[in-house]
Design a binder for this molecule. Sequence first.
Ligand code: LLP
Length: 421
Amino acid sequence: MDHFLYRDGALHAEDVPVAEIAAAVGTPFYVYSSATLLRHFGLFEEALDGLDHTICFAMKSLSNQAILTLLARRGAGMDVVSEGEYRRARAAGVPGERIVFSGVGKTRDEMRTALEGGIRQFNVESEPEMRALSEVATALGKVAPITIRVNPDVDAKTHAKIATGKSENKFGIPIAKARAVYAEAASLPGLDVVGIDVHIGSQLTELAPFEAAYRKVADLTEQLREDGHDIRRLDLGGGLGIPYARSNEAPPLPLDYGALIKRTVGHLGCEVEIEPGRLISGNAGLMVSKVIYIKEGEGRNFLILDGAMNDLIRPAMYEAHHDIVPVTEAESGVEQTPYDIVGPVCETGDTFAKARNMPPLREGELVAFRSAGAYGAVMASEYNSRPLIPEVLVQGDQFAVIRPRPTFDEMIARDTIPEWL
Ligand code: LLP
């Protein structure tokens, strides 16, 4: 459920007409609903009720400071994957003890920043990283809390570009090697081994792969404890999918996911951490765009929008589906016709949807891409010298620009011309 509904034929973001925001900020833009973000965060709180748990929002999905501040005030932790994300989280008021640091290629500088600023744990992904972290921590006179990310060799049954839990993927250490790697970690002076980490992929629409992975983690916990490690924390990653095509998708509910966690690892007495991104932010955001032209092609019609692949890259990159709806509701029973919905960028890949049935639309009309809150704005670029589009946050009947659109002059002024040129 989200808070983008039609009222009297006009799409609203909570209590604000989307058209009113468009008139104020111009198109295209992203708009997020505070109520939806908090609701989704609350669903995980509810799902893990009764377990000692921390919800670390995977801020790679949406990392605007206003969003992080909203979630931080609600008690969210953060899953960060770079120094930039770490600094954003701290700047939004997230204490170090609620931040976990993930990622396969943490640099020594990043480790230093997090150790000095405070960190709940590093999720270590390889032996060389583990050795580097021990050295960095020792040099600072500190001990780094770590989990080791294990790769359980489970098929997440999601798009190949976002599956991470098979042995051919670059993530984590093979679970079969885990005991040897934990033994080495325990011998390193700068590390405190606190637990196990696993993340098998994103946009999972079934619970079975989670179940297979978490059972393996539970078995490993017992083995490692027998080996003398004090495994007291399990980071179970993110990945729970969302309905992108509302008419025919119903992925598992957070409550059922929580029940699965309790069933598979609940008996171990560990603190549980999860790293959901998309489920919190995905359906909390729209990208709003305007129809520039309607072009009649051979055997097909094109809806040419002012938004493009540089603003929302998911369809081009993952063949992702986003529901696209008119901001002014179509009259019921009106005939729909198929359009190829495209942006103005000079690439055939700049296609949002093919043969998508849409109600009659006119030039200048607004359309909204649903489920665009996650991996939308954060993956945008200025390709074709199209300035990054603004982000807007709504709460009740208020809205505010939380990242302005840069002017063309600002965009151009970021480059510098060498004096020798
Ligand atoms: N934890 C780790 C270690 C991750 O790598 C990810 C996502 C998450 C948590 C959060 O997963 P989520 O709950 O959001 O599914 N750009 C792609 C998705 C990339 C996901 C990368 N890792 C997309 O637009 O579909």
